[in-house]
Write a protein that binds this ligand. Structure first.
Ligand SMILES: NC(=O)c1ccc[n+]([C@@H]2O[C@H](COP(=O)([O-])OP(=O)(O)OC[C@H]3O[C@@H](n4cnc5c(N)ncnc54)[C@H](O)[C@@H]3O)[C@@H](O)[C@H]2O)c1
Length: 492
């Protein structure tokens, strides 16, 4: 199968370009060939999006929302097929694949509801016989750049608020996972979305991503990916005075206090640390544990880790799928070596399975380090794999300090039965998301999603907050006094 761009409602492309193979990380199966587009493809897509946006902005928002209801319905109808494609190209286990598709469906219906809200504000004027209000106006054409670890959900967090608010978009998915974007293009088409509202251009970040950021007609860039790439996107976007929304990496921790329900904590840690093979931006990669329960927690984690089955995510009994590619496998393994060199104690795992052979799948053994100190690199840097570091602390204050002592600020969690500790923690943990008595993963689409420090630049995906990325506040004053009234001067 050849994956070509979806531009202006057609599968179109210009010129002769290279195609790259899309491979199943569980077994090396050749799934498709994806177009490595050029700047010319981007220009074509932007022109279509600019043209479509003029008409789309004039469609009443509740009518724009009707398309989202239809997109949601189609996603629901095709849920199992979409989940299967997702698991094949990305590797996450099928249960999680279904969950990710469900997230997209939820987002479609949630943002469709916004079509009948998109609330603005009415405000009293300081002058008599004058009416004042502010409304959300669309910005124009938006560029969406997404990572491979959530091939569909993240794009729905961005594209659905964008279109309900009257924008059109160009989506550049990750090269590793273009098949879900292709499936979504088919759904946009089937839902009857007007040509040019949704455009998809496949290709590399350096070529297609850069062209989107540099194009003067693309007014907003919404990026999710690593902090390293996000910095480049922000720098280039800044040079072009572009609104840039960044959702980037994480180094998320679960805090386990001395009074915690340890069985629950173990369940939460396993799900958040090893689900998606640790390749979630919110994955738990540090466990900050009170010294009184450290030994017990260690023992329980080791026991439970034995039952984690590893293999092809399409097998319903498997709990951990492959990591995305060879490069990721090697990066994860390099961190195991770094941890050992730093003096951390490797309790279990720490090895590449099946010699890292593509045909046998890119699997990494679930790994647990203990006696990790907060400044070690394995406790500071995003590994993005099934590797967890246990850090011992003596108090809640110390736990919070350790949690906050990294350059990221996405998600954190605390297990405790003490209401005072819980409320202090939710106030003092410097992350965009805080869980109490649950792991670090499991965000719901109607709440803002994003983080502080190296994780983000103040914007949020999901929730109503996402609309702030794709709308401009417009203030409107209507003077019905019949005379010139000057603000600040004629108010005496
Ligand atoms: N905070 C969040 O919401 C969130 C969610 C999921 C993943 N992530 C993060 O994403 C990372 C994993 O994803 P990844 O490996 O695909 O990230 P990545 O930064 O390598 O790539 C992300 C996207 O940016 C594109 N890109 C690469 N170079 C570019 C450039 N110079 N200009 C423009 N675009 C460019 C890529 O092609 C891809 O589409 C992890 O760090 C993870 O924490 C964050």
């Amino acid at each position: 199968m050849k994956l070509t761009n979806f531009i202006d409602g057609n599968w179109q492309e210009v010129g002769e370009v290279e195609y790259t193979a899309v491979l199943n990380p569980a077994n090396g199966e050749h799934l498709a060939e994806v177009r490595m587009s050029t700047k010319e493809d981007v220009s074509l897509a932007v022109a279509a999006a600019v043209n479509a946006q003029k008409k789309w902005a004039l469609v009443p928002a509740p009518k724009r929302a009707d398309y989202l209801y239809e997109i949601g319905r189609l996603m629901k109808e095709k849920k199992e097929h979409l989940a299967q494609v997702l698991t094949k190209e990305m590797g996450k286990v099928i249960e999680e694949g279904r969950g990710e598709v469900q997230e997209g469906i939820d987002m479609a219906y949630y943002m469709a509801g916004e079509g009948r809200r998109l609330f603005g504000e009415t405000t009293p004027s300081e002058l008599a016989d004058k009416f004042a209000m502010s409304v959300r106006a669309p910005i124009g054409v938006v560029g969406l750049i997404t990572p491979w670890n959530f091939p569909v959900a993240i794009a729905t967090w961005k594209s659905f608020p964008a279109i309900v608010a009257g924008n059109t978009f160009i989506w550049k998915p990750a090269t590793e996972t273009p098949m879900m974007a292709y499936e979504m293009a088919k759904i946009f088409d089937e839902a009857g979305l007007p040509a040019g509202v949704a455009n998809i251009v496949f290709g590399s970040g350096s070529e297609v991503g850069t062209a989107l950021i540099e194009h003067q007609d693309v007014k907003v860039i919404s990026f999710t990916g690593s902090t390293e790439t996000g910095r480049k996107v922000a720098e280039l976007g800044g040079r072009h005075l572009k609104k840039v929304s960044l959702e980037m990496g994480g180094k998320n921790a679960v805090i386990v206090m001395e009074d915690a329900d340890l069985s629950l904590a173990v369940e939460g840690i396993l799900w958040s640390a090893f689900g998606t093979a640790g390749q979630r931006c919110t994955a738990c990669s540090r466990v900050i544990v009170h010294k009184d329960v450290k030994k017990e927690l260690e023992k329980m984690l080791l026991e439970q880790m034995e039952s984690l089955t590893i293999g092809d995510g399409l097998d319903e009994s498997v709990k951990i799928g492959p990591v995305i590619n060879k490069q990721a496998l090697e990066k994860i393994h390099s961190y195991t070596k770094i941890g050992q060199e730093e003096g951390a104690n490797l309790l279990v795992g720490g090895n590449i399975l099946n010699e890292g052979d593509l045909e046998k799948g890119f699997y990494y053994a679930p790994t647990l380090f203990t006696n990790v100190t907060p400044t070690m690199r394995i406790a500071q840097e995003e590994i993005f794999g099934p590797v967890v570091s246990l850090i011992e602390v003596s108090s809640l204050e110390e736990a919070i300090e350790v949690n906050n002592g990294v350059k990221f600020g996405l998600s954190s969690s605390i297990f405790s039965k003490d209401v005072n500790k819980i409320f202090r923690a939710q106030r003092d943990l410097d992350t965009g998301i805080v869980y109490v008595n649950a792991g670090t993963t499991g965000a719901e689409i109607h709440l803002p999603f994003g983080g502080t420090k190296g994780t983000g630049n103040g914007h949020r995906d999901s929730g109503v907050a996402a609309l702030d990325v794709y709308t401009e506040w417009k203030s409107i004053y209507v003077d019905f006094s019949g005379k010139l009234q000057r603000a600040q001067i004629d108010t005496e």
